[in-house]
Every structure is written in C-alpha cells, then in structure tokens.
Design a protein around this ligand. Structure first.
Ligand code: CUA
Length: 252
C-alpha cells in the first residue's frame, strides 16, 4: 500500500501493511459482490411485461435465513477470523517479543510530559540515572539494524508515542511503565507524534527519530557522551535527581 501509507522504514512494518492490505482487499471484494447482487436483483425482479408489480420477498423463509447465515459465516471466517489469527501470530511472534535478552538492543527510557518527550540512554556503564546517561529532548538518535527497546512513562496525562514510519504506537500512562520495540532498516529522519489529545499544545508535541548507520551512530554517541558529561558536571545534583531516570528492570 505504498500510495496511501507513510514510508515504511522498519523491520516489521510490512506485517501491519499486509494486514491492512488484506482487510482492504477482502472487504472491497465483499462490497463489490453485494453491489452486484443488489443490481442483479433490481434488474431481474423489476416490474416488466407480463408482471404487474416488481417481485419482492421479505426473506423470512427458513431457506432464505439459512442462506443468509451461511454467507455471513463464510465472510466472518474468511475475513475476521483469518485476520485475527494472522494478527495474533504476528503480535506474539514479533511485536510482543521484547528484546529483553538481547545485549545488542538499544534501551531507551522515554519520559512524556505536556508537551515534550525526553529520551534517555544508559551510556557506557549500561545503567540509567548515572552521569554518563545521554539525554536528549524531542530528538532520538538510533543505529540502523539493531532493536530499539523503549520503556515509557508520563509525568502528567496520557500521551501517545506514535511512529508512523514504523507502523506502531503505544501510550505513555501516568503511574505505569509501558514498552515498545522497533528496528530501523534504513537511515533517515522519521516523525514521532503524540497520538493522544493531551492538552492545548498537543498538536505541537512531536519528536524526531534519527536513524544512522552504525558507524555514524557511534560517532554521534561519542560526542553526545562528552557533552552529557560536561552538562552533568555543571548541573545541580537536585536537578539531576529530578531528571526522570528509573531503573530499567524494576521500573522504579
Ligand atoms: Cu501528548 Cu498529545
């Protein structure tokens, strides 16, 4: 569906596009079939020579009811059940298979608030909330070809973390931690949009996901780590405390 959907830059987005394509095709065919059936019925049963009135039926004979039920059942199995099974398989096989055991995954803590997104990666020590954390506002740099594992929290109201070019989204909900993972397949700059109406400036709550080739990402990271260290050394410890890191595993 390249014409109507945003460009897919992710490893698994084609699965979602496949479901959308299948649903559009099957319901489209069903729609055309119903229109054709109605057209044929109108033409064949119209008032014409040798018939004083157009022929009609209320469709309440047992035979009519059985036929209606059979057609509905076939469509339910062919469209709804098939789609549900396919989507469930893809959710459990890919989207809900979080890279917890993957040391190669980039872990990102996302703090949403009215009306911005703060991204935090752990830095060389692998621990969040330490002075080598790399923290960015509304812009996240990631490497191409590695799983990006997000955990999200909100400071105030429900926000939506939406990645149209990765075909996925999750809400950031006050009082709980939600999670999401994606993988970029190509370098580029991709929009992050808030997808929950979260207040008067909701419309401008958006971010940028910048996917870079691994080597370029490492260069960026080295610079960001230096900047981050300088910033932290200059910062008030109380400010550091308020910066919103949490322990990745326990969520506290
Ligand atoms: Cu945050 Cu809309």
């Amino acid at each position: 569906m390249p014409i109507v959907l945003p460009h897919d830059a992710s490893a698994d987005g084609h699965l979602v596009d496949g479901v959308i394509g299948y649903l559009t095709l099957t319901t489209g065919l069903a729609f055309v079939a119903v229109l054709l059936f109605l057209l044929i019925a109108i033409v064949f049963h119209r008032e014409r020579a040798g018939r004083t009135r157009a022929h009609h039926t209320h469709g309440n004979r047992p035979r009519d009811r059985a036929l209606t039920f059979a057609v509905a059942l076939v469509m339910f199995i062919a469209i709804d059940l098939t789609l549900a099974a396919r989507a469930a398989g893809e959710l459990s096989g890919r989207f809900w298979r979080y890279p917890d055991a993957d040391p190669n995954a980039l872990r990102v803590e996302v703090t949403a608030r009215q009306w911005s997104l703060t991204f935090r990666t752990a830095g060389p020590d692998g621990r969040f909330g330490t002075s080598d954390d790399v923290v960015t506002l509304n812009e996240l740099n990631v490497p191409v070809g590695r799983p990006i594992y997000f955990k999200l929290r909100s400071r105030d109201v429900v926000h939506g973390f939406y990645l149209p070019n990765f075909r996925t989204k999750i809400d950031a909900i006050p009082g709980s931690t939600t999670r999401l993972w994606v993988q970029a397949q190509e370098p580029g700059r991709f929009e992050i949009a808030c997808a929950q109406h979260c207040g008067v400036s909701h419309y401008k709550m958006r971010g940028l996901l910048v996917a870079r080739p691994e080597a370029e990402y490492r260069d960026w990271l080295a610079r960001a780590e230096t900047d981050s260290r300088l910033r932290t050394e200059a910062a008030d410890p109380a400010t550091r405390e308020a910066s919103g890191a949490w322990d990745w595993e326990t969520g506290r």
